[in-house]
Design a protein around this ligand. Structure first.
Ligand code: ATP
Ligand code: MG
Length: 433
């Protein structure tokens, strides 16, 4: 093969002449004289026609052995062809089999369990490839957004000696005979850094030993978190809205083909770009749920999935719900000045039943209140000494949020289950492959 290899997409953009391609067999069929192979690479697929007359008996015999997912190099002439699945056809002049394939286990219609057991092979399917490309765009968009807004990227430890989001979802590890926990969040290690960098963000794994099986919870997920000194509560909401708009915009700019493969109705994503997100207090949300959906939630109870879902049905953009009851939220959320039963925190609820995608708050700066709330939760204050120092040396108003990247991917892609928003999902019942 004489020519330099190009991608299938580049070959189709070229549209005519001789090209060399390499990839994997996506489909194959044929007769004694003609063989049709749909070749796949990371960019696209193309139908290739191999005729015994053109390549000779030996090469044709090689081609005849190819099963789905075999890898090969192919040289031939590309031509426009309306009848071909992607509009072009390659007339093969030479081919070189690189890796034969056994009978490929992934077939349409297999069970969820089987697909999850074969995740390493399922990654090659067109829907997974489309999701992975969108996932890549979303990670990039998060970095682009925060950097453009003047945030520094900052990293926190994964091994941590205390809880932050509640002891019930901690993963304990044996650290040379002592207990440590996998990070539930970066937060307690992010707050000390705002005194150095002021505006920081990260995208990193978080770990939660979730005990329920839902379509929204992983035990290992990617968490995009920000923390900022001097920030005000409305500005914090603006950042969450700005970030979500930036993410959706970048996906709509770059991944229309992938969204189509996933059969995503993009009209459902456009309002997020075009409209401001409704902002309401928790108490308002209860009123709206009562008036518009006949749901009665007792003040003080956290919004459950069914209430979040109902609320999401009333809007076509994400909704920001602020001022939750203190008792349902984490210890570090700041009390509202004239109403200590309520905290300056908010959740962003995604449209279309995708649930909470962002959790946020101003951070409590009153050291005694922080200590009391930890004691109320039965925590050992010694483990938090370093954190208390953030309130002793030039404390400033500050706040931050965490966005569940797979929740956002599931929503943007229109997936039924969060497991399909990550290559190798980890849940209570799934930790391999
Ligand atoms: P939920 O009530 O849905 O469990 P949470 O209140 O525990 O969420 P936070 O502690 O506020 O969530 O975490 C910040 C964000 O991280 C959430 O808004 C969500 O997008 C995401 N998230 C939290 N837990 C998980 C999980 N187990 N799997 C995937 N994403 C998660
Ligand atoms: Mg949770």
């Amino acid at each position: 093969m004489i020519m330099e290899f190009i991608s299938i997409q580049q070959a189709m953009d070229k549209g005519e002449g001789e090209v060399s391609l390499r990839g994997w067999v996506n489909r194959e069929r044929g007769s004694n004289k003609l063989k049709f192979i749909v070749l796949r690479d990371s960019t696209n697929t193309i139908q290739c026609v191999i005729s015994r007359a053109d390549v000779g008996d030996d090469k044709f015999a090689e081609a005849d052995k190819l099963q789905v997912e075999a890898s090969l190099e192919i040289h031939g002439e590309i031509k426009k062809d309306e009848r071909a699945p992607t509009g072009y056809e390659l007339h093969v002049k030479d081919l070189n089999v690189v890796g034969l394939s056994d009978s490929f286990p992934i077939q349409p219609g297999q069970s969820r369990e089987f697909m999850d057991d074969n995740r390493h092979l399922l990654l090659r399917s067109s829907k997974m490839v489309a999701m992975l490309k969108i996932r890549s765009t979303i990670f990039g968009a998060i970095h682009n957004y925060f950097r453009a807004e003047g945030f520094f990227e900052y990293q926190s430890p994964i091994f941590q000696s205390m809880q932050c989001e509640g002891g019930s979802t901690l993963f304990e590890c044996n650290y040379y005979g002592k207990p440590v926990y996998l990070a539930q969040t970066w937060q307690l290690y992010a707050e000390p850094a705002i005194f150095a960098l002021e505006k920081i963000y990260t995208v990193a794994p978080s770990f939660r030993a979730e005990k329920s099986k839902t379509s929204r919870h992983l035990t290992e997920y990617w968490h995009a978190e920000m923390e900022a000194a001097w920030i005000e509560f409305t500005k914090l909401q603006d950042y969450s809205e700005g970030l979500l708009k930036a993410v959706v915009k970048e996906v709509l700019d770059k991944n229309l083909t992938d969204l189509k493969i996933l059969e995503r109705d993009i009209e459902k994503l456009k309002p997020t770009l075009e409209k401001p997100f409704p902002r309401m207090t928790y108490s308002d949300a209860l009123k709206i749920l009562n008036e518009k959906a006949g749901m009665n939630v007792e003040w003080g109870k956290d919004l459950r999935t069914i209430e979040e879902d109902k609320l999401s049905e009333l809007y076509d953009t994400p909704v920001i719900v602020t001022d939750y009851p203190k008792k349902v939220k984490a210890f570090y959320m700041k009390e509202v000045a004239d109403n200590p039963d309520v905290v300056q925190g908010f959740d962003v609820i995604a449209p279309e039943h995708y649930g909470e995608i962002v959790g946020a708050s101003q951070r409590e700066d009153d050291l005694e209140k922080l200590k009391q709330r930890l004691l109320d939760q039965g925590e050992n204050l010694d483990e938090y000494e370093f954190y208390f120092d953030t309130r002793k040396y030039g404390s400033v108003p500050h706040g931050g949020f965490g966005l569940g990247v797979e929740r956002v991917i599931a929503w943007v892609c229109g997936l039924d289950n969060i497991k399909d928003a990550i290559p190798f999902p980890r849940t209570m019942l799934r930790w391999k492959p």
